[in-house]
Design a protein around this ligand. Structure first.
Ligand code: GLC
Length: 438
């Protein structure tokens, strides 16, 4: 059984390899996505560490001079019309030294330091030549990973409070989550935009699973606002309609500093600044995003200073921070065990993306209910970090059971476990490799 799952995952990672990068899915997502690359590298490390390093390198070759790592790096061999919004729409400024391939101007959660450390650990166990290659790759990546953090903690600290703000729901990676509904309601939806542009996602996916046209009009409007300012972050709160601090994004930002401390120590650099920053980010998440009334972490609208009312899976991810004080870790676990998120012991399924008891819980629309493997992989990591070993093991088994039964889908129905979205999805395959017993 395990061998079958392993082989099918390896096959998908072979099919989705495009020469120097991995696509998340051949049809729906035909370019390179930033945080996908991190999840994928974790799994590739078991079967092809050279590709894991190559994938990370291709992504970081598209890093901007200001340190931002784009959320999509466009494959020049893929036609403009294959994905909307494509390279021409973004029209990013040409900087000296940038590779010929275009990119978006947004970011995604900076999980790459965590991934680089995982690849390095695995690859060094593969023998001397692999270890040598990995040490070189890690040394190449380290300063770039540091600049990525500096961008997010510098220019993106729109609230001036030590957290990174996202300027578009797509930056969260949890694109269509109810966590953004309150802030998005204040963003104008210009439906005329949707008559001017063609949504390519609806040609290849079911409309009932995807964001609505009204959502899309707001998404496109936000990109146009950012583009008008030439993607310069100065004074964001004055001119941009969406400036939000996400607990999951910032938890990953903090976890990146923890990983960078390990990488720095391995490379003979000073790990202390990274440890300090990990602590500062953890403190800021607790200070700014914790809602004592409901004992949960929530996203904060920087422009209004209010927390989102929605209880989403993003609020559970601060568990990945090793320095999170025990009482917050306990509160997250209470939420995970509750009927809202229901651990496998209750449902037999991994944790859904949204509160099961919410009136607008949606079993099909992405990020508004369905189960995602990457989020559960992170959650399990957090459980292990904080000593919830039994529940981490239950979660690991439930993820594998789901993928074995339904296939390597993009996401899964939160009631019956059916696969939804793109089939042969790269991060589902890659993370299955990591979760299978060694
Ligand atoms: C969707 C997801 C995002 C992911 C991308 C490519 O947009 O919401 O998290 O990175 O697909 O897989």
């Amino acid at each position: 059984m395990s061998a079958e799952l392993w082989n099918s995952a390896v096959r998908i990672l072979d099919q989705n390899w495009s020469g120097d990068h991995m696509v998340p899915s051949r049809h729906l997502y035909p370019h390179q996505w930033s945080w996908d690359t991190a999840f994928i590298a974790v799994g590739l490390a078991y079967v092809n560490p050279s590709r894991a390093w190559r994938d990370l390198r291709t992504l970081f070759e598209a890093q901007w001079p200001d340190g931002r790592v784009p959320h999509i790096v466009f494959d020049p061999a893929t036609a403009e019309g294959a994905y909307f919004p494509g390279p021409a729409f973004w029209d990013v400024p040409a900087y000296a030294g940038r590779p010929a391939r275009g990119s978006t101007a947004l970011v995604q959660p900076p999980l790459h330091a965590v991934a680089a450390w995982e690849v390095y650990r695995r690859a060094t166990a593969h023998g001397a030549s692999c270890a040598r290659e990995s040490a070189e790759r890690l040394a190449w990546l380290y300063p770039r990973l540091v600049r990525q953090q500096e961008y997010l903690l510098g220019r993106r600290d729109a609230g001036g409070d030590g957290l990174a703000a996202i300027v578009h729901p797509w930056e969260s990676g949890l694109d269509n989550s109810p966590a953004w509904d309150r802030a998005m309601a204040a963003v104008p939806a210009d439906m005329e935009l949707m008559r001017r542009f063609h949504r390519r996602d609806l040609d290849v996916a079911d409309a009932a699973h995807r964001p609505t046209d009204e959502d899309y009009a707001r998404y496109v409007g936000l990109v146009l606002s950012y583009r008008e300012h030439r993607y310069d972050d100065a004074g964001l709160c004055r001119w941009h309609d969406f400036v939000v601090e996400c607990p999951a994004f910032n938890a990953i930002l903090g976890a990146a500093e923890v990983a960078l401390a390990r990488i720095a120590a391995e490379l003979g650099e000073d790990p202390q600044p990274h440890r300090d920053r990990a602590r500062q980010i953890t403190d800021a998440i607790v200070r700014l995003l914790w809602d004592p009334e409901t004992a949960t972490f929530r996203a904060r609208d920087v422009r209004t200073g209010t927390l989102t009312p929605a209880r989403t899976v993003a609020g559970l991810l601060p568990l990945i921070l090793p320095g999170l004080p025990a009482r917050y870790a306990e509160a997250i676990m209470a939420e995970v065990r509750s009927e809202r998120f229901g651990l496998p012991a209750r449902t037999g399924l991994p944790v859904p993306s949204y509160d099961r008891t919410a009136p607008d819980f949606d079993t099909l629309r992405y990020w508004r209910g369905p189960i995602w493997v990457n989020i559960n992989w992170l959650l399990r990591r957090g459980m292990l970090q904080h000593g919830f070993r039994g529940e981490a093991e239950d979660l690991r088994r439930s993820i594998l059971r789901l993928v074995r039964r339904s296939g390597h889908y993009e996401y899964f129905h939160p009631k019956n476990g059916e696969g939804i979205g793109a089939a042969a999805f790269s991060w589902t395959a890659a993370l299955s490799l990591d979760l299978l017993p060694g």
